[in-house]
Every structure is written in structure tokens, then in C-alpha cells.
Design a protein around this ligand. Structure first.
Ligand code: GLP
Length: 263
């Protein structure tokens, strides 16, 4: 794990977008695992700018989102499909048929989950996995008790997640209590992974996720086993990290971050 602390949320998002852009330029056929949530809005808006102003090309890339609410149709404004279409897909040159999210209204949810994993397998797995973190420590919707060997499946959402996400619904009481989520095993198999967290309300869970101990009660701790995971946080989200000086010291001595220092 590498921990990168940026002064504010904007520069944390800009660094995250720059890492995605770098990998996409190096491999136009990049398979991206994508996340939703408030934190990602700024990342996607920077990627759209890079597409419009610098020609960042999404035409050959493929995406797999982490999760979707069960019972919410893709065209519903509250669905993660709708979020992705509006906030990224429709504004860049990606082919819609190369964008994937679980279908929250599939007739057979178990079959839908199996097919989702199969599709990821067929393209050779995820090259770049983007992650946010929920207050329960979930990545995707891998709520507490998620096995580190889990694959795409249906998960009940916790009251904490309900409180965190329901204000995003036009009518908060309409937020489903279950979701489909990519599993932790699939996330751990991604070649590169970046988790972005900003804001003081993430400080507690970030310190637990990064500084352990590993536990299925906090899914993000599984990332400690990921061979190439970068955690990008802003100052408020970094506030409870005990080894902060160590992370800063590593960065000073790591030449590979030089090109990103001014972001
Ligand atoms: C949802 C998503 C998660 C995401 C989280 C963070 O719960 N399922 O994948 O990490 O939101 O949300 P926010 O960025 O709004 O804090």
C-alpha cells in the first residue's frame, strides 16, 4: 500500500484522475473498475475535461462498475447506471456497450451476478480499479462480514450506509436495503488499484483501513493484501493516520511520484 496525502479534496481528485489518464494513455484498451458516490464526481469531471481539452481517448476502453442497488432500474435517476451515464459515459467517447454495471432489476439476480463475474473474467480481469470508501469501511457495497474471497453477489446494506446514501435519493425512504456488489476477491485481483477518500468524516475509517488490523468487519482492510494499491486522501481524511510522518518520508524518497508532485 502507498498512502498519498494531498492538501485538499480537489488536488486528491486531480491526482486520482491523472493516474487513470496515465494508465489509459499507456493502454487504450484499459479495463477500468469504476466507483460511484460523491467523492468520485470531481474525478469524473476532470476526466471529462481531459477528454475534451486534451483528447483523452476512451473509445477502446471497457468499464465495470462496482455495484448497483437492487430494485432500481437502469433508467431510474437514483441508479448507479444513471449516475455513470450522466457523470462520465455520455460525456466522453466510450462505447456504451463497453460499459458494464450489474442490472438491479434482473429477473434472476444470482444469474446476473455470475454473468457479471464471467464477463470480467472474459476480458482478462480489471486493469485499474477505482475505489471510494463508505463509513462502514465498505468498498463497492462489501459491507461488514464480506468474505475476502467474495465475488459478485447480493448484499444487505447496513443502517450506517442507509444513513450515508439515502439523502442522495429524491425520497430517502426509497433507498433499497440491498445491493449487488463486485466481491473483494475480484477487487484484489485488479492489477492496479486506487482508493480515494476525502473529508473529515472519512478520517476514522481511513485510519482503520490503512493501519489495520485486517478484518472482514472492515472490507477496505483487505486492500492491505493488494500488491499495488494507492490510497489517496486529503488532509482532513488523513487526520487520524498514526504513521503520517512515515508516509510523507516515503514519498520524499520515491522518484516515481515526481511527475505528480505539482498536482
Ligand atoms: C457508495 C458506493 C461505494 C462508495 C461510497 C462512497 O456507498 N457503493 O462504492 O465508495 O458510496 O460514497 P461517498 O463518496 O459519497 O462518500
Amino acid at each position: 500500500m502507498e498512502v498519498i496525502i494531498r492538501p485538499n479534496a480537489d488536488s486528491a481528485a486531480a491526482l486520482t484522475a491523472a493516474l487513470i489518464a496515465k494508465d489509459l494513455k499507456a493502454n487504450p484498451k484499459l479495463v477500468m473498475g469504476l466507483a460511484t458516490g460523491r467523492t468520485m464526481e470531481q474525478v469524473y469531471s476532470i476526466l471529462i475535461d481531459l477528454h475534451k481539452n486534451e483528447g483523452l481517448d476512451f473509445s477502446q476502453s471497457t468499464t465495470f462498475n462496482l455495484d448497483e442497488y437492487i430494485g432500481i432500474a437502469p433508467e431510474d435517476k437514483n441508479s448507479y447506471r444513471y449516475y455513470m451515464n450522466e457523470r462520465l459515459f455520455k460525456q466522453v467517447n466510450i462505447k456504451m456497450e463497453s460499459t458494464n454495471l450489474p442490472n438491479g432489476v434482473a429477473e434472476d439476480l444470482v444469474a446476473e451476478c455470475l454473468a457479471y463475474d464471467e464477463k470480467i473474467k472474459q476480458v482478462g480481469g480489471i486493469d485499474f480499479q477505482l475505489l471510494g470508501i463508505g463509513r462502514t469501511g465498505h468498498i463497492g457495497f462489501n459491507e461488514p462480514l464480506s468474505s475476502f474471497q467474495s465475488r459478485t453477489r447480493c448484499k444487505p446494506l447496513t443502517p450506517v450506509t442507509f444513513a450515508q446514501n439515502s439523502p442522495l435519493f429524491d425520497d430517502p425512504s426509497q433507498m433499497p436495503l440491498r445491493a449487488m456488489t463486485m466481491g473483494i476477491a475480484t477487487i484484489l485481483e485488479s492489477k492496479n488499484c486506487v482508493m480515494l477518500a476525502t473529508g473529515a468524516e472519512k478520517a476514522d475509517i481511513i485510519s482503520k483501513a490503512v493501519e489495520g488490523p485486517m478484518t472482514s468487519m472492515i472490507s477496505a482492510t483487505a486492500l492491505q493484501m493488494h500488491p499495488k494499491c494507492v490510497v489517496i486522501v486529503d488532509e482532513p481524511a488523513a487526520a487520524k493516520l498514526e504513521q503520517r510522518e512515515y508516509y510523507d518520508w516515503i514519498l520524499l524518497n520515491e522518484p516515481k511520484w515526481e511527475e505528480f508532485r505539482n498536482i
